[in-house]
Ligand binder design. Sequence first.
Ligand SMILES: [Zn+2]
Length: 328
Amino acid sequence: MTAAPPPETLRAPLVVEFPFTRSLGPVQSAFLTGLREGVVLGVKTSGGKVMVPPVEYDPVTAEEIRELVEVAPTGTVTTWAWNASPRPNQPLATPFAWVLVTLDGAGTGLLHALDAPGPDAVRTGMRVRVRWAAERSGAITDIACFEPCDAGPDDGGPDSCDGAPARPHDGAFADPVTGIVAAARLDYTYTPGRAQTAYINGLAERKTVGERCPSCHKVYVPPRGACPTCGVATTDRVEVGPAGTVTTYCIVNIKARGLDIDVPYVYAHIALDGAGLALHGRIGGIPYDQVRMGLRVEPVWTEGGRHPDHYRPTGEPDADYDAYKELI
Ligand SMILES: [Zn+2]
Protein backbone atom coordinates (compact mmCIF):
# COMPACT_ATOMS: atom_id res chain seq x y z
CA MET A 1 0.00 0.00 0.00
CA THR A 2 1.33 3.41 -0.97
CA ALA A 3 1.11 6.25 1.53
CA ALA A 4 -0.72 9.33 0.25
CA PRO A 5 1.67 12.21 -0.45
CA PRO A 6 1.53 15.23 1.86
CA PRO A 7 -1.16 17.69 0.77
CA GLU A 8 1.40 20.35 -0.15
CA THR A 9 2.88 18.03 -2.76
CA LEU A 10 1.78 18.66 -6.35
CA ARG A 11 0.00 15.98 -8.35
CA ALA A 12 -0.98 16.04 -12.00
CA PRO A 13 -2.10 13.63 -14.70
CA LEU A 14 0.65 12.62 -17.10
CA VAL A 15 0.07 10.74 -20.35
CA VAL A 16 2.91 9.13 -22.27
CA GLU A 17 1.63 8.20 -25.72
CA PHE A 18 3.44 7.16 -28.87
CA PRO A 19 2.89 4.94 -31.91
CA PHE A 20 4.96 1.75 -31.84
CA THR A 21 5.84 0.59 -35.34
CA ARG A 22 7.17 -2.91 -35.88
CA SER A 23 7.84 -5.09 -38.87
CA LEU A 24 6.59 -8.69 -38.89
CA GLY A 25 8.65 -11.74 -39.69
CA PRO A 26 7.16 -14.52 -41.83
CA VAL A 27 5.37 -16.20 -38.90
CA GLN A 28 3.69 -13.14 -37.40
CA SER A 29 2.89 -11.89 -40.90
CA ALA A 30 1.07 -15.14 -41.68
CA PHE A 31 -0.75 -15.07 -38.31
CA LEU A 32 -2.06 -11.50 -38.69
CA THR A 33 -2.83 -11.86 -42.40
CA GLY A 34 -4.72 -15.04 -41.51
CA LEU A 35 -6.82 -13.18 -38.96
CA ARG A 36 -7.70 -10.64 -41.66
CA GLU A 37 -8.89 -13.55 -43.82
CA GLY A 38 -10.79 -15.17 -40.93
CA VAL A 39 -8.30 -17.99 -40.38
CA VAL A 40 -6.41 -18.70 -37.14
CA LEU A 41 -2.89 -19.96 -37.77
CA GLY A 42 -0.40 -21.42 -35.37
CA VAL A 43 2.97 -23.12 -35.63
CA LYS A 44 3.94 -26.72 -34.99
CA THR A 45 7.19 -27.39 -33.19
CA SER A 46 9.44 -30.33 -34.08
CA GLY A 47 8.10 -31.92 -30.88
CA GLY A 48 4.58 -31.76 -32.34
CA LYS A 49 3.20 -28.99 -30.11
CA VAL A 50 0.91 -26.48 -31.81
CA MET A 51 1.37 -22.94 -30.54
CA VAL A 52 -1.31 -20.25 -30.95
CA PRO A 53 -0.43 -17.41 -31.01
CA PRO A 54 2.60 -18.57 -32.98
CA VAL A 55 6.21 -17.92 -32.06
CA GLU A 56 9.22 -17.90 -34.37
CA TYR A 57 11.51 -19.97 -32.18
CA ASP A 58 10.83 -23.07 -30.09
CA PRO A 59 10.79 -21.94 -26.44
CA VAL A 60 12.30 -25.29 -25.39
CA THR A 61 14.91 -26.04 -28.08
CA ALA A 62 15.33 -22.49 -29.48
CA GLU A 63 15.18 -23.90 -33.01
CA GLU A 64 13.50 -21.88 -35.73
CA ILE A 65 9.87 -22.82 -36.41
CA ARG A 66 8.36 -22.41 -39.86
CA GLU A 67 5.64 -25.10 -40.02
CA LEU A 68 2.28 -23.32 -40.09
CA VAL A 69 -1.01 -24.99 -39.20
CA GLU A 70 -4.62 -23.84 -39.16
CA VAL A 71 -6.60 -24.37 -35.98
CA ALA A 72 -10.32 -24.12 -35.30
CA PRO A 73 -11.98 -20.82 -34.28
CA THR A 74 -13.44 -22.68 -31.29
CA GLY A 75 -11.76 -23.59 -28.05
CA THR A 76 -11.82 -24.07 -24.30
CA VAL A 77 -11.24 -21.51 -21.54
CA THR A 78 -8.35 -22.63 -19.36
CA THR A 79 -8.31 -19.68 -16.95
CA TRP A 80 -9.96 -16.28 -16.68
CA ALA A 81 -10.33 -13.04 -14.71
CA TRP A 82 -13.33 -10.74 -14.64
CA ASN A 83 -12.74 -7.14 -15.73
CA ALA A 84 -15.52 -5.09 -14.13
CA SER A 85 -14.20 -1.70 -15.28
CA PRO A 86 -12.95 -1.76 -18.87
CA ARG A 87 -10.48 0.97 -19.72
CA PRO A 88 -10.41 2.95 -22.99
CA ASN A 89 -9.32 0.93 -26.02
CA GLN A 90 -9.80 -2.44 -24.35
CA PRO A 91 -11.54 -5.01 -26.59
CA LEU A 92 -15.02 -4.41 -25.14
CA ALA A 93 -16.56 -1.30 -23.59
CA THR A 94 -18.81 -3.35 -21.31
CA PRO A 95 -17.52 -5.51 -18.42
CA PHE A 96 -15.96 -8.70 -19.77
CA ALA A 97 -13.65 -11.57 -18.85
CA TRP A 98 -10.00 -11.81 -19.80
CA VAL A 99 -9.59 -15.42 -20.86
CA LEU A 100 -6.87 -17.81 -21.90
CA VAL A 101 -8.36 -19.92 -24.65
CA THR A 102 -6.80 -23.11 -25.96
CA LEU A 103 -8.19 -23.27 -29.47
CA ASP A 104 -9.15 -26.70 -30.78
CA GLY A 105 -6.02 -28.15 -32.37
CA ALA A 106 -3.68 -25.92 -30.32
CA GLY A 107 -1.62 -26.77 -27.27
CA THR A 108 -1.17 -23.27 -25.83
CA GLY A 109 -3.46 -20.52 -24.62
CA LEU A 110 -4.40 -17.34 -26.49
CA LEU A 111 -5.16 -14.31 -24.32
CA HIS A 112 -8.28 -12.40 -25.36
CA ALA A 113 -11.59 -11.02 -24.15
CA LEU A 114 -14.77 -13.05 -23.60
CA ASP A 115 -18.12 -11.30 -23.96
CA ALA A 116 -20.23 -12.64 -21.10
CA PRO A 117 -23.10 -11.12 -19.09
CA GLY A 118 -21.27 -11.50 -15.77
CA PRO A 119 -18.66 -13.51 -13.88
CA ASP A 120 -21.28 -16.15 -13.04
CA ALA A 121 -21.47 -16.94 -16.75
CA VAL A 122 -17.75 -17.70 -17.01
CA ARG A 123 -16.03 -20.89 -15.92
CA THR A 124 -12.84 -22.75 -16.61
CA GLY A 125 -13.54 -25.44 -19.18
CA MET A 126 -16.33 -23.58 -20.94
CA ARG A 127 -16.52 -23.74 -24.72
CA VAL A 128 -16.07 -20.51 -26.68
CA ARG A 129 -15.65 -19.39 -30.26
CA VAL A 130 -14.14 -16.45 -32.06
CA ARG A 131 -16.36 -13.48 -32.82
CA TRP A 132 -14.75 -11.84 -35.84
CA ALA A 133 -14.60 -8.06 -36.14
CA ALA A 134 -16.80 -6.62 -38.89
CA GLU A 135 -13.83 -4.74 -40.39
CA ARG A 136 -10.54 -6.62 -40.38
CA SER A 137 -7.11 -5.21 -41.18
CA GLY A 138 -4.55 -7.80 -40.05
CA ALA A 139 -4.34 -7.23 -36.29
CA ILE A 140 -5.14 -9.16 -33.12
CA THR A 141 -8.25 -6.94 -32.87
CA ASP A 142 -9.56 -8.74 -35.96
CA ILE A 143 -10.78 -11.15 -33.28
CA ALA A 144 -13.32 -8.78 -31.72
CA CYS A 145 -13.61 -11.13 -28.73
CA PHE A 146 -14.67 -14.66 -27.85
CA GLU A 147 -18.26 -15.61 -27.11
CA PRO A 148 -19.76 -18.61 -25.30
CA CYS A 149 -20.87 -21.43 -27.57
CA ASP A 150 -21.97 -24.10 -25.06
CA ALA A 151 -25.52 -23.77 -26.33
CA GLY A 152 -24.61 -23.73 -30.00
CA PRO A 153 -25.77 -26.55 -32.26
CA ASP A 154 -23.01 -29.08 -32.75
CA ASP A 155 -24.03 -29.82 -36.30
CA GLY A 156 -20.88 -28.77 -38.09
CA GLY A 157 -22.55 -25.60 -39.40
CA PRO A 158 -21.11 -22.08 -39.13
CA ASP A 159 -22.31 -21.74 -35.51
CA SER A 160 -21.03 -25.15 -34.54
CA CYS A 161 -18.98 -25.55 -31.42
CA ASP A 162 -17.38 -28.70 -32.77
CA GLY A 163 -13.65 -28.69 -32.63
CA ALA A 164 -11.35 -29.72 -35.44
CA PRO A 165 -7.77 -30.93 -35.44
CA ALA A 166 -4.99 -28.68 -36.69
CA ARG A 167 -4.29 -29.04 -40.39
CA PRO A 168 -1.37 -27.89 -42.52
CA HIS A 169 -1.51 -24.40 -44.04
CA ASP A 170 0.99 -22.90 -46.48
CA GLY A 171 0.57 -19.37 -45.03
CA ALA A 172 0.30 -17.96 -48.56
CA PHE A 173 -2.07 -15.01 -48.80
CA ALA A 174 -2.44 -12.23 -51.34
CA ASP A 175 -1.28 -8.86 -50.06
CA PRO A 176 0.25 -10.08 -46.78
CA VAL A 177 0.48 -7.79 -43.76
CA THR A 178 4.16 -6.96 -43.23
CA GLY A 179 4.03 -4.44 -40.39
CA ILE A 180 1.81 -3.03 -37.70
CA VAL A 181 1.52 0.24 -35.79
CA ALA A 182 0.37 -0.22 -32.20
CA ALA A 183 -0.60 2.84 -30.18
CA ALA A 184 1.18 2.67 -26.82
CA ARG A 185 -0.32 4.78 -24.05
CA LEU A 186 0.53 4.99 -20.35
CA ASP A 187 -1.62 7.03 -17.97
CA TYR A 188 0.10 8.22 -14.81
CA THR A 189 -0.75 10.39 -11.87
CA TYR A 190 2.60 12.07 -11.46
CA THR A 191 3.74 13.53 -8.16
CA PRO A 192 7.12 15.26 -8.24
CA GLY A 193 7.72 14.91 -4.50
CA ARG A 194 8.44 17.49 -1.82
CA ALA A 195 11.65 18.98 -3.25
CA GLN A 196 10.50 19.36 -6.85
CA THR A 197 7.13 20.70 -5.69
CA ALA A 198 9.05 23.59 -4.08
CA TYR A 199 11.08 23.97 -7.28
CA ILE A 200 7.95 24.12 -9.46
CA ASN A 201 6.17 26.50 -7.05
CA GLY A 202 9.29 28.70 -7.18
CA LEU A 203 9.19 28.76 -10.98
CA ALA A 204 5.60 30.03 -10.76
CA GLU A 205 7.12 33.14 -9.14
CA ARG A 206 9.98 33.15 -11.68
CA LYS A 207 12.45 32.04 -9.02
CA THR A 208 14.79 29.07 -9.18
CA VAL A 209 14.91 27.19 -5.87
CA GLY A 210 17.44 24.48 -5.14
CA GLU A 211 18.32 22.53 -2.02
CA ARG A 212 21.67 22.45 -0.22
CA CYS A 213 23.20 19.26 1.14
CA PRO A 214 23.80 19.69 4.89
CA SER A 215 26.93 17.53 4.60
CA CYS A 216 28.85 18.59 1.46
CA HIS A 217 26.99 21.92 0.97
CA LYS A 218 26.40 21.31 -2.72
CA VAL A 219 23.26 23.06 -4.00
CA TYR A 220 21.12 20.81 -6.22
CA VAL A 221 19.04 22.46 -8.96
CA PRO A 222 16.51 21.06 -9.71
CA PRO A 223 16.46 19.47 -6.26
CA ARG A 224 15.75 15.73 -5.93
CA GLY A 225 15.30 15.73 -2.16
CA ALA A 226 18.56 13.99 -1.33
CA CYS A 227 22.28 14.25 -2.00
CA PRO A 228 23.30 11.21 -4.05
CA THR A 229 26.93 11.61 -2.92
CA CYS A 230 26.31 11.83 0.84
CA GLY A 231 23.07 9.85 0.95
CA VAL A 232 21.31 12.37 3.18
CA ALA A 233 18.11 14.38 2.72
CA THR A 234 18.45 17.95 1.48
CA THR A 235 16.07 20.30 3.28
CA ASP A 236 17.81 23.70 3.20
CA ARG A 237 16.12 25.67 0.38
CA VAL A 238 18.29 28.13 -1.54
CA GLU A 239 17.32 30.54 -4.30
CA VAL A 240 19.91 30.54 -7.08
CA GLY A 241 20.46 32.60 -10.25
CA PRO A 242 18.77 34.16 -12.03
CA ALA A 243 21.95 34.58 -14.12
CA GLY A 244 24.36 31.77 -14.83
CA THR A 245 27.25 30.51 -16.92
CA VAL A 246 27.24 28.26 -19.98
CA THR A 247 29.43 25.31 -19.00
CA THR A 248 29.02 23.28 -22.18
CA TYR A 249 26.62 23.18 -25.11
CA CYS A 250 25.61 21.50 -28.33
CA ILE A 251 24.30 22.85 -31.64
CA VAL A 252 20.98 21.28 -32.60
CA ASN A 253 20.50 20.76 -36.33
CA ILE A 254 17.44 18.50 -36.28
CA LYS A 255 14.03 20.09 -35.97
CA ALA A 256 11.89 18.35 -33.39
CA ARG A 257 8.26 17.75 -34.29
CA GLY A 258 5.94 20.15 -32.47
CA LEU A 259 8.79 22.49 -31.50
CA ASP A 260 8.53 25.86 -33.23
CA ILE A 261 12.22 26.79 -33.13
CA ASP A 262 14.36 27.32 -36.23
CA VAL A 263 17.50 25.19 -36.52
CA PRO A 264 20.35 25.42 -35.88
CA TYR A 265 20.03 26.51 -32.27
CA VAL A 266 22.08 25.95 -29.15
CA TYR A 267 21.13 23.81 -26.18
CA ALA A 268 23.41 24.35 -23.22
CA HIS A 269 24.27 23.28 -19.73
CA ILE A 270 23.92 26.38 -17.57
CA ALA A 271 25.26 26.65 -14.02
CA LEU A 272 23.05 29.24 -12.32
CA ASP A 273 24.92 31.43 -9.85
CA GLY A 274 24.97 29.62 -6.52
CA ALA A 275 24.05 26.22 -7.95
CA GLY A 276 26.26 23.18 -7.52
CA LEU A 277 25.37 21.60 -10.85
CA ALA A 278 24.17 22.72 -14.26
CA LEU A 279 20.65 22.56 -15.62
CA HIS A 280 19.92 22.77 -19.31
CA GLY A 281 18.19 25.28 -21.51
CA ARG A 282 18.16 26.86 -24.95
CA ILE A 283 20.39 29.83 -25.70
CA GLY A 284 18.89 32.70 -27.74
CA GLY A 285 19.65 36.31 -28.53
CA ILE A 286 23.05 35.46 -30.00
CA PRO A 287 24.06 33.73 -33.27
CA TYR A 288 24.45 30.02 -32.64
CA ASP A 289 28.09 30.01 -33.72
CA GLN A 290 29.02 32.66 -31.17
CA VAL A 291 27.87 30.70 -28.11
CA ARG A 292 30.86 29.58 -26.01
CA MET A 293 31.78 28.00 -22.72
CA GLY A 294 31.86 30.64 -19.99
CA LEU A 295 29.20 32.83 -21.67
CA ARG A 296 27.16 34.65 -19.03
CA VAL A 297 23.39 34.28 -19.56
CA GLU A 298 20.09 35.18 -17.92
CA PRO A 299 16.61 33.68 -18.27
CA VAL A 300 13.99 35.08 -20.65
CA TRP A 301 10.40 34.46 -19.61
CA THR A 302 7.40 34.60 -21.88
CA GLU A 303 3.90 35.54 -20.78
CA GLY A 304 2.31 32.56 -19.03
CA GLY A 305 5.48 30.46 -19.33
CA ARG A 306 6.01 27.83 -16.62
CA HIS A 307 9.78 27.92 -17.05
CA PRO A 308 12.27 30.21 -18.82
CA ASP A 309 11.69 30.11 -22.58
CA HIS A 310 15.43 30.44 -23.16
CA TYR A 311 18.55 32.15 -21.81
CA ARG A 312 20.24 35.16 -23.43
CA PRO A 313 23.66 36.82 -22.93
CA THR A 314 23.87 39.29 -20.06
CA GLY A 315 26.68 41.27 -21.68
CA GLU A 316 29.03 40.59 -18.74
CA PRO A 317 32.58 39.38 -19.42
CA ASP A 318 32.87 35.59 -19.80
CA ALA A 319 33.41 33.61 -16.60
CA ASP A 320 36.84 32.17 -15.90
CA TYR A 321 37.10 28.48 -16.66
CA ASP A 322 38.19 27.81 -13.06
CA ALA A 323 34.87 29.27 -11.87
CA TYR A 324 32.78 26.58 -13.55
CA LYS A 325 35.14 23.69 -14.39
CA GLU A 326 33.60 21.54 -11.64
CA LEU A 327 30.10 22.12 -13.03
CA ILE A 328 30.49 20.85 -16.61
ZN1 LIG B 1 26.20 15.96 -0.05
